[in-house]
Design a protein around this ligand. Structure first.
Ligand code: 8YV
Length: 306
């Protein structure tokens, strides 16, 4: 259920005789009429996922193997009801995604991408680039202190930052300050970093109220999912000066990026590249295949999501 990385698609076809599910439409209908009963495992990625409706059309589906740590596009509740296993690829991408969060924080506060554009546009001889904001020694709040959130915190401690976090529940033995209330944390920090999983449970959690609490001197960094943030409110506040800036690797309707953001110099916009290194993508691919092999040989997955 693609599109998947071309190398992964190629391996799946060559080594496992995998079939490619056509996009929704007549071709898919014809494909399902012929093949649905024979499909017992689906390999997919965060970009596509397997919906409850598709699961209902695959009566013998027993596992969904997800390339990526995020699986919000796969209907896990429907999978659980049907006893369909779901796996993901945690850990192997933690460092690269955490690096991306720190890079976005540094970039948006110090204006590095904007100053790169300034040099390229030949503006330097005409005057100095405006002063920016110090990125070290800041108060940083992390929404979602899981594997990736923890790796971001670890890095930012080395930058002298004071870390706090908001989770549904306090993390036992965490050295960082816990806020039960997200808006309260947003009010107290200079930067809010979103590292929470996507899906219904976190939809719009970074609401207009939270963004307003972060305020005109506050920065937002999001390396998680666009759905976690009220994107309309984010755009409005960035345009009106209600927020100082944002570093975004993810958007609500990828690959669409809200037009007004393209005009702003106080935002850094990345095309969802957090895990996008040769090394990490190769490890994600191996782990995807390891989960698939485990399911095919032993009917269990190595990285179950529930
Ligand atoms: C991938 C991601 O780019 O792992 C995730 O959840 O968002 C990224 O690593 C994506 O899943 C690939 O579709």
């Amino acid at each position: 259920v693609g599109p998947l990385m071309p190398t992964l698609t190629e391996t799946l076809q060559r080594r496992y005789q995998a079939l490619l599910l056509p996009e929704e439409g007549e071709l898919r209908t014809a494909f399902l009429a012929e093949q649905a009963a024979g499909v017992d495992v689906a390999v997919t990625s965060g970009g596509t996922g397997v919906s409850g409706a598709l699961m209902a059309q695959l009566p013998n589906l027993k596992a969904v193997i997800n390339f990526g740590v995020g699986y919000d596009t796969t209907d896990v509740d429907a999978a659980r009801e049907r006893s369909i296993l779901v796996s993901n690829t945690p850990d192997v991408l933690t460092d690269c995604v955490a690096d991306t969060a720190v890079a976005l924080l540094l970039d948006v506060m110090r204006g590095f991408s904007a100053s790169d554009r300034f040099v390229r546009a030949g503006q330097w001889p005409e005057g100095k680039f405006p002063l920016t904001r110090q990125a070290s020694n800041r108060k940083v709040g992390i929404l979602g202190l899981g594997r990736i959130g923890g790796a971001i915190a670890h890095r930012l401690v080395a930058f002298g930052s004071t870390i706090s976090y908001h989770n549904r529940r306090q993390v036992a033995a965490s050295p960082y300050r816990y806020y039960a209330d997200l808006a309260e944390m947003a009010r107290d920090v200079d930067v809010l970093v979103v590292a929470a999983a996507g899906g219904a449970a976190t939809q719009g959690l970074v609401s207009r109220e939270v963004l307003t609490a972060l305020g005109p001197h506050g920065y937002l960094v999001n390396i998680a999912r666009g759905s976690v943030v009220d994107e309309d409110a984010l755009v409005e506040l960035l345009v009106s000066g209600g927020l100082a800036g944002a570093g975004l690797d993810v958007f609500a309707h990828e690959p669409k990026v809200p037009q007004p953001l393209l005009e702003l110099d106080n935002v850094v916009l990345l095309p969802h590249v957090g895990s996008g290194t040769v090394e990490t993508r190769a490890e994600m691919e191996s782990l995807t295949l390891a989960n698939l092999d485990s399911f095919l040989h032993s009917a269990i997955v190595l990285n179950p999501v529930y």
